[in-house]
Design a protein around this ligand. Structure first.
Ligand code: HEC
Ligand code: HEC
Length: 431
């Protein structure tokens, strides 16, 4: 259903994957507004969403005219939403309502502010409205598609260190992200619980909690000084959005820079719902984060902290540890280069990791090794508790050094792979 253009598109040329390439995105924005559609209710709780805060915010942040398509009502989804960038279909299960505004929270199969299963099922109408099918899939088919898609995870973050540590700059960025100084809002001691909060640090909106599968979104929405109420997005794939440079002068930013041509561009769309923000540094100069006495970026050297937060965002955590997918082959000539990498993989295979999607408390990876022995490829599975490898034929366990020693014989190169936790045995079985 993701890829099939023959059954579901009117003229056989479009499928969901035409825009969601391999279940990801196309780095483009599309205007999916529909002038014939109805205004719908928005069930999602909104930070800064009460009328008084929105009225004040509109003045402070220079929002011209009413929000949400003319109704000035934070609790509606207007059908004319304007261009929005294609979102990835990876990592949806714990991220709540879908679409930038979360507007699939209200649709074909019902209304729920946080239910990702319902939200994805509500995309059934996209088969007709977007891909041009003459028929809708059955409800049973749509549930199967949902079950398939909600299993798909984002990849490990390729920017983050293999040992899952943060660089000094990323750590400083993380300290601000999770720190006591609010990034957004007004800090009035004692008033923190009024209207769901008058201020938030980054994590107060972009919740990170691996045990609940949250990587930047807890499912709520927020008024951010823009013309529509938008759901607080997850932040796992920021490194994939780099490539646009330079921006027009707009009220969204406190100060405008790089407003002239910046040279060759890799992408035409960048960050936020409409892709209009070129870089993360630009994003962090948004008026809502302006340095104030008790909130926003620090008054002294705000760009230093912005740069640090940018580094942290590029290395954001995901459902899989950075070591997952790493593979290296030991031969009789490369042990000095490859040995330290095998040491690292072995250590990470014994390091605890939390991932709701992988079942809670796991290790960072399943370390497996394969080597051609006795006329077949033999697999070994690392047991971190015992510190040795179990062969796939039930024979005696071998130590790591004995396994590495096999590679000193040409033809017995040993390939080590850090498989996703829970997938090591399956990978060994695929002989
Ligand atoms: C023409 C390009 C295009 C096609 C075809 C397309 N989409 Fe999308 N998709 C988008 C855009 C653009 C968005 C963001 C729109 C918004 O937020 O209003 C999106 C968002 C989504 C999201 C939300 C993800 C999230 O994180 O909230 C899901 C789920 C989705 N599409 C599923 C589908 C399915 C299922 C199909 C096929 C029936 C499909 N899409 C076909 C462009 C497309
Ligand atoms: C009050 C809630 C709130 C706070 C606090 C907040 N954000 Fe956001 N953030 C949002 C919303 C809502 C959006 C979506 C805006 C849009 O798409 O137009 C967003 C968008 C983003 C994006 C763009 C994501 C993308 O996919 O393009 C990044 C990056 C981001 N925020 C990082 C941060 C950082 C870092 C902080 C702390 C300095 C922060 N945010 C504080 C609500 C918040």
């Amino acid at each position: 259903m993701l890829y099939d253009a023959t059954r579901f598109s009117g003229n056989g040329e479009a499928s969901c994957a035409s825009c969601h390439i391999f279940g990801d995105n196309d780095d483009l924005a599309w205007d999916l507004g529909n002038p014939d559609d109805a205004v719908k209710q928005n069930p999602i709780p909104i930070n800064f969403g009460d009328a008084a805060t929105i009225a004040l915010g509109k003045i402070l942040f220079g929002v011209r005219g009413p929000i949400n398509g003319g109704d000035d009502d934070p609790k509606v989804f207007h059908p004319m939403k304007g261009p929005m960038t294609t979102q990835t279909l990876r990592g949806l299960r714990n991220s709540g309502a879908m679409h930038w505004r979360g507007d699939r929270a209200n649709g074909f199969f019902g209304i729920d502010p946080f239910d990702s299963n319902l939200s994805f099922n509500n995309f059934i109408v996209a088969f007709q409205g977007l891909v041009g099918s003459s028929e809708l899939p059955s409800s049973a088919e749509m549930q199967k598609f949902t079950d398939f898609q909600l299993q798909v995870l984002g990849p490990p973050n390729p920017v983050r260190n293999f040992d899952n540590s943060l660089t000094a700059a990323q750590q400083r960025g993380s300290n601000f992200y999770f720190g006591t100084r609010p990034a957004d809002g007004v800090f009035i001691p004692g008033l923190a619980t009024v209207n769901d909060g008058t201020n938030f640090n980054c994590n107060g909106c972009h919740t990170v909690d691996a045990s609940r599968g949250f990587f930047g979104t807890g499912g709520r929405s927020s008024f951010e000084g823009i013309t529509q109420i938008v759901k607080i997005p997850h932040l796992r794939n920021m490194y994939t959005k780099v490539g646009m440079f330079g921006v027009a002068k707009v009220d969204f930013f406190k100060t405008n820079f790089q407003t002239t041509f910046q040279g060759d561009q890799i992408r035409g769309f960048g960050f936020v719902n409409d892709g209009s923000v070129p870089t993360l540094l630009h994003f962090l100069t948004a008026a809502v984060f302006a340095p104030q006495l008790t909130s926003g970026f620090p008054l002294i050297n705000p760009d230093g902290t912005r740069r640090d937060v940018e580094q942290f965002l590029l290395a954001f955590s995901s459902d899989l540890a950075p070591i997952v997918g790493q593979q290296v082959t030991l031969t009789n000539t490369n042990s000095s280069a490859v040995g330290p990498r095998i040491d690292l993989m072995t250590r990470r295979a014994g390091t605890s990791f939390v991932s709701k999607e992988l079942g809670g408390a796991v290790k960072e990876c399943d370390l497996v090794a394969r080597v051609a022995l006795g006329g077949r490829v033999k697999g070994f599975f690392f047991d971190p508790a015992a510190g040795n490898f179990m062969p796939d034929d039930g024979g005696p366990r071998v130590s790591g050094s004995a396994l590495r020693a096999l590679a000193s014989t040409p033809g017995q190169e040993v390939t080590f792979t850090c498989a996703p936790p829970g997938s090591g045995v399956r990978i060994l079985a695929s002989n």
